[in-house]
Structures are given as C-alpha cells and as structure tokens.
Ligand binder design. Sequence first.
Ligand code: NZQ
Ligand code: ZN
Length: 384
Amino acid sequence: MYNFEFRNPVKIIFGDGKIASIANEIPIGSRILLTYGGGSIFKNGIYNQVVKALSGHTFFEFGGIEPNPRYHTLLKAVALIKKENIDFLLAVGGGSVVDGTKFISAAVNFNGDSWDICAKGAVIKSAIPFGIVLTLSATGTEMNSFSVISNDSTNEKLAFGSPLVYPKFSVLDPNVLKSLPKTQLSNGVIDAFVHVLEQYLTFPNQAEIQDRFAEAVLLTLIEYGFDYVLKDFDYNTASNTMWAATMALNGQLALGVPSDWATHKIGHELTALYGLDHAQSLAVVLPGMMEVMRTEKHEKLLRYAKNIWNLSEEHDEITIDQAIVKTEEFFQSLETKTHLSDYNIPESGIEIIIEKLKKQGKIQFGEQNALDENRLRTLLKMRY
Ligand code: NZQ
Ligand code: ZN
C-alpha cells in the first residue's frame, strides 16, 4: 500500500427530516446565498423545507445553474456575492449546483481570470464557506473537494480541486430522491459505480482493505440499483444507494492505491462536444476501457470478475470477456444506452476527441500512463 495522509472535514447529516437541521449549521448573522439549478426544488417541496429552516437568517437566491454548470453563469453569482456582501453559500441541488457553488466560492476572491482555476490549475488562496442540501445522489461531490465546470466559449469541461472547497456540511435526506426522473436515478448508480472502478480496477497494490471497501460499494450498487431506478421509491433502497454513492468518491477508496480516471477524462469530452449526460458518457467508454487495458488491468479484472460477478472460467480471458459483458448489461438493465451510435455521435467525432485531448496534453493516461492515442482510437471505434 502506498503512503497516505487523510483528512475529510465534511460533516454529513444523513436521514429523514434532516433538512431542518441546516439552521443550526450556518453561523448566526451570516448573509447567505442559496444557489440552485433549473427549478426542480420548487416542484418537489425541497425549496420550502430549506426556506423554513432558514427563517431568521438573511438570505439571497441565485438560480439557473445548468446541468454541467457553466462558467459564465457562475460569474453572475460571483458579481451578486460582491454586491450583497454574501459570506456563506448554501447549494441546494445535484452535482452541478454543488460543483458550480464550489467554483463560485473559489472565484469570489480570486485575482485574475478565474477560468485559470480550471484551465491552468491556478492555486486558490481562499474560498467562501458553504453547505449543501443534496438533491441527487451520484457524484460524491457532497463529501469531496472537487468540481467540474464547463466553458461554452472554449468547449471545455475541466475539473479543479482544493481542500478549501470541502463543504462545511452536507445534508443527505434520502426522501429528496423521490422526485428524480428514472434517467437521473440511473445516471447516479452508473456514475458511482464507475467512480469505484476508477480507483479499484487498476493493479494490485497489497491494499486489501481498500479493495474490500470498493467491492462492498460495488455490490451494494448492484444489489439495490435495479430497484432504485425501476421500482417505486423505497426509503431503505434510497438510503443504501445514496450512502454508497457518497462513499464511492469521498477520498476513502483512493487511499494507498493507484487510480485511473481515464474513463472520466474521455467521458468529459463526450459531454463537452455532444452533450451526453456525464453517466451516459461513462457507460459508453468504460466497457471499451476494460477491453483495451485488459493486459495492464489483468489481475484486477479477474478479481472483479470473481468477487463482483461470481465468474471463474477455465481460461482467464474468457472470464474477463464475461465480466465486461456483465458490466455493460448492468448499465443496460438500468435503461442506459452504452454505444456511441445510440447517441447519434458521428464517427468523425473520434478524431475530434483525440485532437482535443492532445491539445490538453492528456493523451497518455490511466494508472500506468499506458492509454495512448492508438489505444484510445481503438477504444472509441469499438464503442459504435
Ligand atoms: O437543475 P434542476 O432543476 O435542479 O434539475 C436537475 C437537473 O436537471 C435534476 N434534479 C436534481 N435533483 C432533483 C432533480 N430533479 C428532480 N428531483 C430532484 N431531487 O437532475 C438534473 C441533473 O442534475 P445534475 O446536478 O447535473 O446531476 P449530477 O448530480 O449527476 O451532476 C453531474 C455533474 O457533476 C459532475 C459531472 O461532470 C456533471 O457536471 N461530476 C462531479 C464530480 C465531483 N465534483 O466530484 C465527479 C463526477 O465524476 C462528475 O464529473
Ligand atoms: Zn463521475
């Protein structure tokens, strides 16, 4: 196991009726900006619960943060914060609203062009504190220090991270998931599943405890995923899925082990260029990643096949083939399409994606930097 240091300061407030507790978490006298997305919170009663909890606090509102939050929208919130002397942010939404709020919090006191935070990894020296009421379980952003922002003018979708953008608290009430459309429920399970694989499906590193934590999250997502997406709301199913998604990307599974993230990097390009939902892009890319990296990932693919899918054929390669099929079938069972052609992406898109990644200098990636241009081309071709 590699050396590591670990500190995750996010206070998780989990459970039925917990939105009311935000009142005790925000410092008295704060000037709060409540950030939200396209308005789902008005239809499902979450806004009313938040406003009730905030009675007695001074708060302003900023809505319209898009799925795949856009840089130019977020700048408008930065201007509002400066005008109104806001000193605490409350994100009420899914990964996009939370990521957008993380960016806003970092950009307010940033000197210079704040897009450099994403594009050049510019260091943030301060950030406005913020809390979260999560309304969609998927990204793990509620308990990590990462954020992914899209810039329309450059067609980029880029991530940044800083310990300064850990949320102060995150409220996870599984009841909020009741109003999610099936596509978003499915997206959540697949995103969390792939987060685990980015940290698990690499090479063995004598980190048995991390591997077993990872397997626990994968098995939970498989056990509950189908009912979560396709059956009527059930509090127990929603609770397990919600917490599994948080555990998938709160830093814990990455301790002492190598990580990959190539599927995410390619997926972000598919979203930036063709508008696929984040999880749809992962469902398309991941089976190809398993295929083209099967030599480098051989041992972990066999472990994954055995411990997750109960597969153990006479020939290793057949076992791995079946594990790849099982993975893709799992995504399809959640009614998510897994081929580029399903999303009407032209074959000319392959070279466009490769050129974009080359420009970012990212053409060697994966846990051993073994995914190069040729393998990437093969991967994308096999996903039509
Ligand atoms: O905008 P509103 O009206 O709220 O509607 C949203 C949106 O249309 C809707 N929704 C959210 N909660 C709802 C609801 N509808 C009904 N009832 C509710 N309770 O769902 C739609 C999608 O929301 P979004 O926030 O975009 O989804 P998600 O949570 O999947 O976030 C995706 C974003 O997170 C990034 C992705 O790249 C993408 O930009 N990621 C962030 C990560 C991180 N910060 O660690 C890691 C991930 O790998 C990922 O890249
Ligand atoms: Zn993801």
